[in-house]
Design a protein around this ligand. Structure first.
Ligand SMILES: [Zn+2]
Length: 529
């Protein structure tokens, strides 16, 4: 009799949440996320799952974000025939997000195939299509917060509000008879955890008295100053007034789901109160427009005191669905507000607006969330003087502002107190879903003070742990690994390469004259040979 857990994603700097439990009762998957980040990690999306999809008996989904749900259509296309259990709000958001992810993959592969054809390379096919994603929606089954339900015979689960996103959950799972002296083995998967003082969500909740806790650690090394919704609104208003004073637009790259709606609610509220100048707010993202409708449908489920329905239907808000409508915005000058995806500027319509405005001094770019390493948003925050967008090098003259007060994630102290509230944690704590520094930061913060250091584990991708042993043991899995541990680094050579090219261009341009430029080029050439 044993229960094993394989970390198929969200392990040690690799994104894409996915946990695979095997027990005598059956096989249960928690999350099936798309891998994001460096190319070596993204390549995992195209390779085989480390399990047979047809063997899985049930899937539990923590929330709709693509790094948790984005490979579900592939799982079903490759043979999974069971149900995907999620809250109703998660299902409604997945109905927007998954088809969108399918269509992004189709168009990315189409572009790649055009380039491949020109180079005489073979065609590749998308991870899944929009049609696959739509078909996968039939497998979803709604579950309520706070109610136990049977996952498969011998395994039951209960969802807790994780306060991270509309519909988000931490999932408590019990394997009957697998714990100490015939008791159930009790496990809690945190999913992503929200911060305190989130505009629309309550603080994260959860049970206590567990054998194992699997906790996210995205911001484990951060210590954010405490913030109130009112202080955040005032800070946002100040940024908007400065952009207005510069007499240019303010571009806000934002995640389409929740961040966009939080921003709209606070901006509209300020305009209605007259604390910032009224101006059109262009919501230039078909996905964000659909997600906004889901937020209006679930208006009753948010923190009280906010009229979500009224604020999200404001006449200031202009939804630009079509490409023509989106292009028309580019003709505008003077102060206006553009909110578009993606939040890290690595895809979506925001890139057209950045190309149009980044080189202009009177424009403002307000980065409103976490920027992963290697993304355009991260390069901007780090002060890049020029960036590449759609093959063109664009100078950065716009005011780059970053504003992380709308974070969807708990910071280090909040994660630590969430973990503390789960005690007793009898056998072990797994830290997942974080970059190297976040995992180490969270581990340092809680070791001994909250959980004995020997009971804290930071698994690598594809590590398998035997959860039945009195102390969890990593099984020997070298043959199963999809990535060599040394390949799992934050930045891979593709990112280093683009940065190197930008640095070379910058040096050459900054040189005094053509003679000096020639010297740099000859030196580089010598280093290469
Ligand atoms: Zn999330």
């Amino acid at each position: 009799m044993s229960v094993t857990l394989q970390f198929c994603g969200a392990a040690h700097t690799v994104t894409g949440s996915c946990f695979y439990f095997q027990s005598k009762a059956g096989r249960v998957l928690v999350d099936c996320g798309l891998f994001q980040g460096p190319k070596t990690v993204k390549a995992l999306n195209y390779s085989a799952f480390p399990f047979r999809p047809a063997d899985i008996d049930a899937v539990l989904l923590t929330h709709a974000h693509i790094d948790h749900s984005g490979l579900l259509p592939k799982l079903i296309r490759e043979g999974y025939g069971g149900e995907i259990m999620a809250t109703q709000a998660t299902i409604d958001l997945c109905s927007c997000l998954l088809p969108d992810a399918g269509s992004i993959q189709e168009s990315e592969v189409e572009m790649l195939n055009r380039r491949n054809a020109a180079r005489g390379r073979a065609e590749v096919s998308p991870i899944y299509t929009q049609a696959d994603a739509v078909a996968s929606l039939k497998a979803f089954r709604p579950v309520a917060y706070q109610e136990w339900f049977e996952v498969i015979a011998g395994v039951r689960a209960r969802y807790w509000n994780a306060g991270h996103l509309l519909g988000s959950a931490s999932i408590e799972i019990e394997f009957a008879g697998e714990g100490d002296s015939g008791q159930p083995l009790r496990i809690l998967a945190s999913g992503d955890l929200g911060p305190d003082a989130k505009l629309l969500q309550p603080d994260p909740d959860g049970p206590s008295g567990l054998d194992y806790v699997i906790s996210e650690s995205t911001y484990g090394d951060r210590d954010r100053p405490p913030i109130t919704p009112e202080a955040r609104r005032q800070h946002l208003a100040a940024e908007i007034r400065e952009a207005y004073a510069a007499n240019g637009p303010i571009l806000i790259p934002a995640f389409a789901v929740e961040r966009t709606q939080e921003l709209i609610i606070d901006i509209v509220d300020q305009m209605d109160r007259g604390t910032i100048p009224a101006a059109p707010i262009f919501l230039d993202s078909p996905l964000a427009i659909r997600a906004t409708k889901v937020f209006r449908q679930h208006a009753g489920s948010f923190n009280s005191g906010i009229d979500v329905n009224r604020l999200l239907s404001s006449p200031h808000l202009r939804c630009t669905e079509t490409v023509d409508e989106s292009k028309a915005i580019a003709k505008l000058t003077g102060f206006h507000i553009i909110i578009a995806a993606s939040g890290m500027c690595d895809a979506g319509r925001i890139r057209h607006h950045l190309k149009r405005w980044l080189w202009q001094r009177n424009a403002t770019v307000l980065l409103s969330g976490f920027q992963a390493q290697g993304t355009l948003g991260r390069f901007l925050i780090e002060g890049a003087k020029s960036v590449r967008i759609q093959g063109d090098e664009i100078k950065v003259a716009a005011r780059i502002r970053s504003f992380d007060e709308y974070s969807g994630h708990a910071d280090g102290p909040e994660l630590a107190s969430w973990i503390a509230a789960r005690r007793p944690v009898r056998r072990g704590l797994f830290l997942v879903h974080g970059e190297e520094a976040s995992l180490a930061g969270l581990s340092d913060r809680i070791a001994e003070r909250i959980i004995p250091a020997a009971e804290i584990f930071t698994p690598l991708l594809d590590d398998v742990y035997d959860l039945s042993a009195a102390e969890p043991k990593a099984l020997d899995v070298a043959r199963r690994r999809r990535l060599a541990p040394e390949a799992v680094v934050n930045l891979d050579w593709h990112n280093d390469m683009s940065k190197l090219i930008l640095d070379i261009n910058e040096r050459i341009e900054a040189a005094a004259d053509d003679r000096a430029r020639g010297v740099i080029v000859r030196r580089l050439r010598r280093a290469l040979d």
